[in-house]
Design a protein around this ligand. Structure first.
Ligand code: NAP
Length: 358
């Protein structure tokens, strides 16, 4: 079979660090395995436009491996050209870069390595909340640029203790974020999700479910987004919803960039309506140099905690999602059942409640 992987370039770093498995250079560690089984393995980062390797090879690829960090956008149109395609594997979590409805129609399976990087992201959420609330970035900028003006930082620095923190989405990541927030003695922990957490889990973190989204955001000092990107979450955080946030709230989004309207969020940060926004996910990746989230700042010169998409691709996470990808391929080749938690689209139907019509 022909297996095509769209990964990001690691260049010198990947040559020096073999644990950067998710790179073009290190090929998810799959080459020896795939070739020993007689498969052809093509790995590339070239993914945009009709002359890209992605578009060239997709025509006769049987298995496509992509990653959310450098997403190969598998549109309905591209899928129509992919005559042999049977399986898409996401090396990581979040398969919104694949047109899932089209995959259902064309009976192309979509699997991901569920849980592989959820701790990595939950830790990034904690870091992002703290760096916004404590106004870390401008303080660090002072330190490395030779300045020293404590009042300029302290005038917009707060404690997390005593604040209300809420997660939009209380699945694997959202729940882990709630667990990690417990020792911070917040005033209250809230969550908004389609379904309630199991009673025990809810009790253990002491979180309260709020069933109305506007009510939920209006009660939070900090909102963290931990839901997948789908028809129901695309552009969910926009000008209208932002009006219901507490004035000066902080927003952290490590889920998917397109859950937020980029211009509306940037405007809210610039006006101070949001005190800050942090995350690692962008509506297009790589993000263009002039993306408004690169340069936005609040009126006091802080409030921007953006990074490139890396929270779920720590070296620890890469090991887990590379192993998980191999396991999915092995199961497929050997006709063994897949871990049900990994199946987003089965043959001709959604297998995960997270995507598709609800
Ligand atoms: P998960 O276990 O499936 O949890 C997602 C939760 O969000 C589920 O409880 C889901 O409910 C809920 N949800 C879905 N739509 C919602 C909505 N409109 N409002 C409120 N809740 C909603 O997924 P996870 O492992 O926690 O991952 C969450 C997302 O994080 C992924 O889909 C991915 O986009 C992102 N992620 C980012 C990175 C990174 O590197 N930045 C890495 C991993 C994951 P149901 O189960 O009822 O659908």
């Amino acid at each position: 079979m022909k297996v095509l992987a769209i990964l990001y370039n690691g260049f010198k770093a990947a040559k020096a660090e073999p644990r950067l498995l998710g790179t073009v250079e290190n090929e998810l560690g799959l080459r020896a395995y795939l070739e020993s089984q007689g498969h052809e393995y093509i790995v590339t980062s070239s993914k945009e436009g009709p002359d890209s390797d992605f578009q060239k090879h997709i025509a006769d690829t049987d298995i496509l491996i992509t990653t959310p960090f450098h997403p190969g956008y598998l549109t309905k149109e591209l899928m129509a050209k992919a005559k042999n395609l049977k399986v898409c594997v996401t090396a990581g979590v979040g398969s919104d870069h694949v047109d899932l409805n089209a995959a259902v129609d064309r009976k192309i399976q979509v699997l991901e390595v569920s849980g592989s990087n959820v701790v990595s992201v939950a830790e990034q959420v904690m870091m992002s909340i703290l760096l916004l609330v404590r106004n870390f970035v401008p303080a660090h900028e002072q330190a490395i640029s030779g300045q020293w003006q404590v009042s300029d930082i302290a005038r917009n620095a707060f404690d997390l203790e005593g604040k209300v923190v809420g997660t939009l989405g209380a699945g694997r990541i959202g729940h882990r974020v709630l667990q990690r927030l417990v020792p911070f003695n917040t005033k209250e922990l809230l969550y908004y999700d389609y379904k309630a957490l199991p009673e025990e889990a809810e009790k253990a973190v002491g979180a309260r479910r709020v069933e109305d989204l506007k009510e939920f955001v209006s009660q939070c000092d900090v909102v963290t987004v931990n839901a997948p990107l789908h028809e129901g979450t695309q552009g969910l955080i926009n000008k209208d919803l932002l009006q219901h946030f507490k004035p000066g709230a902080w927003l952290v989004n490590t889920a998917r960039g397109a859950i937020c309207n980029a211009d509306d969020v940037a405007a809210a940060v610039k006006s101070g309506q949001l005190r800050g926004y942090a995350g690692d996910v962008w509506n297009v990746q790589p993000a263009p140099a002039d993306h408004p989230w690169r340069s936005m700042r609040n009126p006091l010169g802080g409030g921007n905690g953006m990074t490139p998409h890396y929270s779920g691709t720590t070296l620890d996470a890469q090991q887990r999602y590379a192993e998980g990808t191999k396991q999915i391929l092995q199961n497929y080749f050997e006709n063994k059942p897949q871990d049900p938690g990994n199946v987003i689209v089965g043959v001709g139907k959604y297998e995960s409640a997270s995507y598709g019509q609800r």
